[in-house]
Design a protein around this ligand. Sequence first.
Ligand code: ASP
Length: 435
Amino acid sequence: MSLTNRILIAMVAGIAVGSIINLLVHSTGVSEGLKSLVDVYFVNGLFDVVGRIFVASLKLLVVPLVMVSLICGASSLGDSARMGPIAVKTLGFYMATTAIAISLALFFAVLISPGAGVAIEGAADFQAKAAPPLTDVLVDIFPSNPIKAMADGKMLQIIVFALLFGYAISHAGEPGRRLASFFRDVDSVIMKMVEVLMKLAPYGVFALLSKLFSSMGIGAIFDLAAYFFTVLGVLLLHALGVYSFMLRTLAGLSPAILLKKMRPIWAFAFSTASSGATLPITLRTVEKRMGVHNSVAGFTVPLGATINMDGTAIMQGVATVFIAQVYGVDLSTGDFLTVILTATLASIGTAAVPGVGLITLALVLEQAGLPVEGIALIIGVDRLLDMVRTAVNVTGDATVSLIVAKSEKQFDQYVFDDPKADQHSDENPGVVPSI
Ligand code: ASP
């Protein structure tokens, strides 16, 4: 069985086992002894430990992988003067897709009115954190100490340092060439580590989802059905419709192939709810299975995981309209424009870890003059939406990487079209992926 299928089966099994445990814990017919046994040995024992080790080992690879991959990419591009145009295009697409995402979210939220008739209760217990000033955010992109940036996992700082380092390598003559070849070797070895980790993914995904669903009250979805399904619907529309349309029209590539090759990445994004933790898998898949050359993917994927959050922006758009409706506030056209702008910026500032989109939502609400406490209304269903929106966030990163790579001729159509590209050699002997 292919790894993708194993991961997808683990995902479904994890959700099923978790939901059964949840029912068991809440049923009166089951003895307390059995409940605590399941809780101690499985939910907070085996599942918790395996899940946390899995996420930790994914995160372990993020900094070295981004660093090395970006150095390789920048050093191979440095001479060709394409770095600037690639950066501008990538940023442009990331901002544009986010603005489209939030506009769609606002449009459907106004159309569906998920907040109409919802009563306010328990809305007072949310404490918003103050957002840092924009100037600090900008200055903070530039590292004063690369080792500290790596130790703190500050992705934008790492990106800046690696770009500079890679650029210098490409202009340093013979020593630069030696160093570039060293980093290419390190890159292959780290990619191998990602491959090893992917083989363990079914266990990790199963453990994470069983633990999560055993404690997640799905009941909240029914109370907030209109909100939940509006967000979900727009997320699906954006992921399946907008990205497919863009990929087809701007790059002439088949969306069906993209969606097929995205499936294992979705399982990672869904179970970890973190684009950051999913980053090693996204990068490996985009390079080795979708044919994007490292010189583009090494830049676009880590940058996308950090700043491109279309799914998060969708949630923030629907949530803003929802909260305005619950509190009976009418939003003007100016308010909508403010929301589009601030949600685009807020999603850029959202860290690629679980639940942060809800925190940066405070920024959007404040700008639109809405009560920040309204966030408490939607917390109940946020984790599940977080899982789905993270999957959308990473799909956006892959789509933009493909479009930029295609336009820059840093793309291998053969790899993209090959359904077996980068399948592990033990499963498909004889297939040697190359880009
Ligand atoms: N969990 C999301 C991500 O990592 C961010 C968020 O919306 O909270 O992409």
